[in-house]
Design a protein around this ligand. Structure first.
Ligand SMILES: CC(=O)NCC[C@H](N)C(=O)O
Length: 136
């Protein structure tokens, strides 16, 4: 069984930030669950253009308010505590936080750890180096 809390993550190198967001990565690939799970803060006023081409992501809002815009269908969806959105088509989207949002994010395949957005708003598909690969 794995038991950990947000307080453990900084020392583990599992807190990743960029402009407008901080991702606290509770579960990663090395934990062996088949998904990663993050407690992510989106700052009020943030407008994030994202396109997770290599991952499926589900995002459950537990605090705050904002909206998510589907670029493909040109549709806006209001997001508040209790709302989930699932990017089941690797949907290109824009997330806007009108009040600071706290989101529980789940990625399949799981993130390895340091991933941050590239210039297309995607995360690279990383694989953790095995001890054998790491020593080559
Ligand atoms: C909601 C969202 O996708 N925010 C960007 C950060 C990302 N989800 C993460 O936690 O790595």
């Amino acid at each position: 069984m794995i038991v950990r809390s947000l307080n453990d993550l900084q020392d583990m190198g599992r807190v990743v930030s960029a402009e407008g967001w901080t991702s606290q990565r509770l579960l990663l690939q090395e934990d062996g669950m088949g998904f990663s799970m993050h407690d992510t803060i989106i700052e009020a006023g943030a407008v994030l253009e994202m396109h997770y081409k290599n991952h499926l992501e589900a995002v459950y809002c537990v605090e705050g308010e904002g909206n998510v815009f589907s670029v493909l269908t040109e549709t806006n969806f209001p997001i508040q505590a209790g709302t989930i959105y699932a990017l089941d088509q690797n949907d290109k989207h824009v997330l806007t936080a009108t009040k600071t949002m706290r989101m529980i994010c789940v990625f399949n395949p799981p993130l390895v750890g340091p991933e941050s957005h590239d210039d297309e708003g995607a995360y690279p598909l990383l694989t953790a180096a095995t001890p054998c690969e790491a020593s080559v």
